[in-house]
Design a binder for this molecule. Structure first.
Ligand code: SF4
Length: 224
């Protein structure tokens, strides 16, 4: 489908009020901005996917970050996770720069789409199963609008299980960094540890490990 269809999906996402707890939290958290962001106007709405309408690789996160996407209005933008991810995408040739600071920074992705399973910021970064289920139709809508999609990179166990739940896979294969599961549609789910600062600081995930996953994704997408 065209960019116009993605725009229509994005407009539906941005106006969504399906989850009362998250509708309240996405604005409440803006009033609790840390000092480094105090005085900034927060987006405080759901965040649609962002990237290249010709994407073959869809990178799926857990949920919108309270002071990342919920502040800047763009997925994986303006927080340490975004920095780690964008450096990796840039090294893989999937982003035109290694930083994702704000929605007007001109960042362009190559054959890649970014979104989270839950499009609003949840308290403690923990959406409920009902909130996840409320939001998964937007994953369906974006996947349907991305005609050439080949790979869904799931950042962390939540995104992996959400994608399997969305696809109706039973029983669910266990999450593993670098683990693959091919859906009947041909779309391949690919697991990666979430590029959170905590996972990097504890050594669970290194930048070379992230590079290996994106090299694997590029191979599955037919880029190498
Ligand atoms: S989490 Fe998703 S379904 Fe729930 S209010 Fe936000 S956009 Fe709507």
């Amino acid at each position: 489908m065209s960019l116009t269809e993605l725009d229509r999906v994005g407009a539906r996402i941005v106006s969504c009020v399906r989850c009362p707890r998250l509708v309240a939290w996405r604005t409440d958290v803006a009033a609790q901005a840390p000092d480094r962001y105090s005085g900034q106007a927060y987006w405080a709405r759901p965040v649609p996917g962002f990237g290249d309408p010709a994407a073959r690789i869809f990178v799926l996160g857990l949920a919108t970050a309270a002071h990342g996407g919920n502040r800047t209005g763009r997925a994986f933008t303006g927080n340490p996770t975004a920095s780690l991810l964008m450096r990796a995408l840039h090294r893989a040739g999937l982003a035109d720069r290694p930083v994702s600071d704000h929605a007007g920074d001109g960042l362009r992705l190559h054959r890649t789409w970014l979104a989270s399973a839950v499009r609003c910021a949840p308290p403690a970064n923990r959406p409920t199963p009902a909130e996840r289920d409320n939001c998964l139709p937007y994953l369906s809508a974006e996947v349907a609008a991305l005609d050439d999609l080949r790979v869904l990179v799931c950042l962390g166990g939540f995104a992996w299980r959400a994608a399997l739940h969305w696809a109706g896979v039973r029983p669910k294969p266990a999450f593993a960094h670098g683990g693959e599961h091919r859906l009947g549609s041909g779309l391949v789910l690919l697991g990666s540890y979430h590029p959170s600062p905590r996972n990097v600081h504890t050594g669970l995930l290194t930048e070379p490990m992230l590079d290996e996953v994106f090299a694997q994704a590029c191979g599955l997408a037919g880029f190498t």
